[in-house]
Design a protein around this ligand. Structure first.
Ligand code: FNR
Length: 337
């Protein structure tokens, strides 16, 4: 069998290793203790989780399926399942980095591995995903391919360093400004699991991002994944690089921002999501947990698992005395050292 290109193989290894290291809980969130609300004075059925994304889509909850895969023939089925899950749950979904579409624009298998998400979710909200070095023309081609409703741009300098075949030129700032100016759909700038400081969030806001997703440490760890892919290119000491999602959210600027702030990275339970929303995130993303579910269950079971998860989030919002997601920032809490 002919060997497949390295950048197809990488996509498979990411999926395999993310699942290998998948953890169903993230103990970091225990540092945040929500003050109990002993008299919530509402019925759970009054709680409404519905959330509008970019004013043209109302999701069932402030939750999205974050970028994972695409760009290799073997991940097409996985993306079809993720797209169908998003459609049935009525949640937004991002495809994985579309760099392989730019590299293999004529390869039908590569194209299908992305378009299958839109096919499975024709009416829903689907986002394109690219690195910060893509030109705006390249970004537009990716958006057009899947009729994307928004573009996620990932910032992943630590991952690039640990990746043996990674890039080392991180002069992305001007390109980000151009992307934000030229691209008509909203731009979401995200990390890939190393977190961001409040200063970076402010900087990205000033560059014109509509959304900043801090995507912090605590879940999928690309230092660990890339190190395992190429152990001889040894950066194992970087495995605790970055800020957790909790640390990133605690550092958010107190001044009102023109961007929305979203949280992802190590969100595992409905309680983790609740805590992120209390800390000011307006939506919460999960990647590996959705991947884990579709790899272990048929679609109907996966839908049931996530409906239960969303139902529990609704209950928790009620438990802290709120009827709407937007009320959650009034909930008080303590942080343990
Ligand atoms: C990712 N992630 C990711 N992010 C991105 O912007 N572009 C990408 O192509 C990928 N690829 C990718 C593959 C796989 C298999 C996983 C699990 C994740 C990162 C993802 O969107 C998210 O930021 C992190 O995974 C942290 O969230 P979780 O996994 O801890 O919920």
């Amino acid at each position: 069998m002919p060997q497949q290109p390295l950048d197809w193989q990488r996509k498979l290894e990411h999926v395999f290793l993310a699942e290998k290291y998948y953890q169903a809980t993230n103990p970091e969130w225990q540092r945040m203790r929500i003050d109990p609300v002993t008299l919530p004075n509402l019925a759970i059925k009054e709680v409404d989780l519905r959330t509008s994304f970019f004013s043209n889509f109302t999701a069932n909850a402030p939750i999205y399926i974050n970028a994972m895969t695409g760009g290799a023939p073997q991940v097409k089925n996985l993306n079809a399942q993720l797209g169908a899950l998003a459609a049935q749950l009525n949640l937004p979904i991002a495809v994985g980095s579309m760099s392989n579409y730019l590299k293999y624009p004529q390869n039908q298998d590569v194209i299908d591995s992305y378009t299958v998400v839109r096919k499975a979710n024709p009416q829903g909200m689907v986002w394109a995903n690219l690195s910060a070095k893509a030109s705006w023309q390249e970004a537009q081609r990716c958006i057009d391919l899947i009729q994307a409703d928004a573009l996620q741009v990932h910032l992943n300098p630590a991952q690039e360093l640990v990746m043996a075949e990674g890039h080392q030129d991180f002069r992305w700032q001007e390109n980000l400004r151009v992307l934000c100016q030229k691209i008509a759909v909203p731009i979401i700038i995200k990390e890939v699991g190393f977190g961001m400081t409040g200063k970076t969030v402010t900087q990205l806001t000033e560059l014109g991002a509509q959304v900043v997703d801090v995507s912090g440490v605590g879940g999928t760890n690309f230092a660990q994944i890339e190190n395992e892919r190429n152990p001889e290119h040894d950066y194992s000491y970087l495995q605790d690089w970055g800020w957790t999602t909790l640390e990133s959210l605690l550092d958010l600027p107190t001044l009102p921002l023109t961007s929305q702030i979203w949280a992802s990275g190590g969100i595992r339970t409905p309680l983790d999501a609740l805590k992120s929303l209390i800390l000011g995130a307006q939506a919460v993303g999960l990647a590996a947990p959705f991947l884990h579910t579709v790899q272990h269950h048929d679609l109907a079971t996966a839908v049931t698992i996530w409906q239960t998860w969303l139902q529990q989030l609704q209950e928790l919002v009620g438990l802290v005395g709120c009827r709407q997601v937007s009320e959650l920032t009034q909930v008080t809490y303590q942080i343990r050292a």
